[in-house]
Design a protein around this ligand. Structure first.
Ligand code: ARG
Length: 483
C-alpha cells in the first residue's frame, strides 16, 4: 500500500462505497475548516493514547517513537502554517492521521487501534474547552479586580440607587460596582464547577461499546491531566454516554450566557450613565465612536455591542441544547454541529471580558505604575441626582420608628411630608423644622442628620449594606479572595 493512501477520506473506509460524494455533500459534511482549531487537543489525545498502547504492549516501542516524532513534525507544520488542511479528509482527526501516516508509515496506521473518532472528538472538545475555561477564569478575575480597584476609589461617592428605574435610596458607588463583582465571582464558581465535569475522559469508549483491547484508560486520563483535586483519574464510566453526551458543552454555554447577561446589565447601566441625562460616568474615547452625521456624538458602541452579543451567546445555548434533544444513543453526526456555537461562545466571552476589564479599569502605565484610561466618575452629578426624588424618605420613616411609631404609620406620615415637599419644590431636608413637625411632633432637630445622603448611607450598617464601613469590609474580602 502506498503511504499516502489516506489522501482521500473515502479511502479510509474502503471499497464499500460505490460512488463518490458530490462537492456539495463534501462541503456539507466536512468540519475541518472549523474543527482544525482542535488540533492541539487532538494531538495531545493521540499521544496519550499511543503511549498507553505502548505501555500495554499493544504497540511496539518503535511505533510509539515513530508516532511521537511524526506528531512533533506535524506540530511544526501546523504552527508555521505549512500544514495543508484538506477538505477531502473531512475533519481535523483524519487530516492529522493521514499526514502522520504519510510521514511515518504503518505506525501512523496503528494509532487508531482501540479508538474511534467518536471517543476521539469527545475527548478533543473536552480538552480544548478545559483550557478555555482556565483562560476565562483568569479573565473573570481580571475584570473583578478592575471593578474592585475603581470601587476602592469611590467608597464615599454617592449615587441614587434605583428600583423600577425610579430613585429609591442613596448608595455608595463602590457598593454598586461590588454588586457586579459578586455576579462575576459566581460566574467564576460556575466555570469551576463546569470544569470538573468537562475534565473527564471519553477515550476508551471507542465507537460506542468499548473496545476489545486491554486499554488502561486511567493512565490516559492521568497523562491528559484529567484528574480530580485529589489526583484521581476521571474517566467516563459508560461508553455510550462517553461518546454521545455534550451536556458539558451545554452547561458551559449556560454559564457563559449568564456571564454575558451580567455584562449586558453592566453595559446597560454604563449606557444610561453616559447619556446626557445622567452624566454619571465617561468611558475612554477608544471604546466609543462618533456619528457620521451628528458631530457632537460619542456613542457607547462597546457596551452596546456587548449587550447585543449577549443575544448571540444565549442563541448558542438554545442551539446546543436543541441539538441534543432528539438524539438516540450513542454518537450521531448531529454532534458535529456542537463546535461552531461553542467556539463562538468562547471567542465572544473572552473578547468581551478582556475589553471590559480594560474599559472599566484601564491599562497599567509602566512609567507611573498606575492604571490609566478606565471609567471616569462625575461624583457631583451622581450626588446631585441622589438629591432628587426624595431618596431619604425611608430614612425619615425609620427615624419615626425609632421615636416609637409603628412602621406603617411612619410610612404614611412621610408620604404626606413628601407630598408637601413636592408641592414646595424642595427636598425633605430643605423643609424647616416647624414644617416637618406639622407631620409629627416627635420630629426634632436631629432629623436633619438622617435626611442627609451621608447619614442615610451610614445608617445601613448591616452586613451587605451600603454603609461605607460595610463596603470597606467587602473590598477587603474581595482583595483577599482575588489575591
Ligand atoms: N467530525 C466529527 C464530529 O465533529 C468527528 C466524529 C465523526 N464520527 C463519525 N462516526 N462520523 O463529531
Amino acid at each position: 500500500m502506498s503511504t499516502n493512501q489516506l489522501d482521500k477520506k473515502s479511502e479510509a473506509w474502503s471499497a464499500l462505497f460505490s460512488e463518490p460524494m458530490s462537492d456539495l455533500v463534501k462541503r456539507y459534511t466536512a468540519s475541518v475548516f472549523f474543527d482544525k482549531r482542535l488540533w492541539e487537543a487532538d494531538m495531545a489525545g493521540s499521544l496519550a493514547h499511543a503511549e498507553m498502547l505502548g505501555g500495554e504492549g499493544i504497540l511496539s516501542a518503535q511505533d510509539v517513537r515513530d508516532i511521537q516524532q511524526g506528531m512533533a513534525r506535524i506540530r511544526q507544520e501546523i504552527e508555521s502554517g505549512e500544514f495543508e488542511w484538506k477538505l477531502d479528509l473531512e475533519d481535523v482527526h483524519l487530516n492529522i492521521e493521514a499526514r502522520l501516516t504519510q510521514l511515518v508509515g504503518d505506525a501512523g496506521k496503528r494509532l487508531h487501534t482501540g479508538r474511534s473518532r467518536n471517543d476521539q472528538v469527545a475527548t478533543d472538545v473536552r480538552l480544548w474547552l478545559r483550557g478555555e475555561i482556565d483562560l476565562i477564569t483568569e479573565l473573570l478575575k481580571a475584570l473583578q479586580l478592575a471593578l474592585v480597584e475603581v470601587a476602592e476609589r469611590h467608597v464615599d461617592v454617592i449615587l441614587p440607587g434605583f428600583t423600577h428605574l425610579q430613585v429609591a435610596q442613596p448608595v455608595s458607588f463602590a457598593h454598586h460596582l461590588l454588586a457586579y463583582v459578586e455576579m462575576f465571582a459566581r460566574d467564576a464558581e460556575r466555570m469551576a464547577d463546569v470544569r470538573r465535569r468537562t475534565n473527564r475522559l471519553p477515550l476508551g469508549s471507542a465507537a460506542l461499546a468499548g473496545t476489545t483491547y486491554p486499554l488502561d484508560r486511567e493512565r490516559v486520563a492521568r497523562t491528559l491531566g484529567m484528574v480530580d483535586e485529589h489526583g484521581v483519574a476521571q474517566v467516563c464510566q459508560n461508553s455510550l454516554d462517553g461518546v454521545s453526551d455534550r451536556d458539558f458543552a451545554i452547561e458551559f454555554t449556560a454559564a457563559a450566557s449568564l456571564c454575558m447577561v451580567h455584562i449586558s446589565r453592566l453595559s446597560e447601566e454604563l449606557i444610561l450613565w453616559m447619556s446626557q441625562n445622567f452624566g454619571f460616568v465617561k468611558i475612554a474615547d477608544r471604546f466609543t465612536t462618533g456619528s457620521s452625521i451628528m458631530p457632537q456624538k460619542k456613542n457607547p458602541d462597546v457596551p452596546e455591542l456587548a449587550r447585543g452579543k449577549t443575544g448571540r451567546v444565549v442563541g448558542h445555548l438554545m442551539g446546543l441544547i436543541t441539538l441534543m434533544k432528539g438524539q438516540p444513543l450513542a454518537y450521531n453526526k448531529d454532534n458535529q454541529e456542537d463546535k461552531e456555537p461553542l467556539f463562538d461562545t468562547v471567542d465572544t466571552l473572552k473578547d468581551t471580558l478582556r475589553i471590559f476589564a480594560d474599559m472599566v479599569g484601564g491599562q497599567l502605565n509602566p512609567a507611573t505604575g498606575l492604571k490609566e484610561g478606565g471609567i471616569t466618575v462625575d461624583a457631583q452629578a451622581m450626588e446631585a441626582a441622589a438629591r432628587k426624588g426624595y431618596a431619604t424618605a425611608t430614612d425619615l420613616a425609620d427615624y419615626l420608628v425609632k421615636k416609637g411609631l409603628p412602621f406603617r404609620d411612619a410610612h404614611e406620615t412621610v408620604a404626606h411630608a413628601v407630598k408637601a415637599a413636592t408641592a414646595a419644590g424642595c427636598d425633605l431636608s430643605e423643609l424647616p423644622l416647624a414644617e416637618l413637625q406639622r407631620f409629627h411632633p416627635a420630629i426634632e432637630n436631629d432629623v436633619y442628620g438622617c435626611l442627609s445622603l451621608r447619614g442615610s448611607l451610614d445608617a445601613r450598617n448591616t452586613l451587605g449594606g451600603t454603609a461605607p464601613t460595610q463596603v470597606r469590609r467587602q473590598l477587603e474580602r474581595h482583595r483577599q479572595r482575588l489575591a
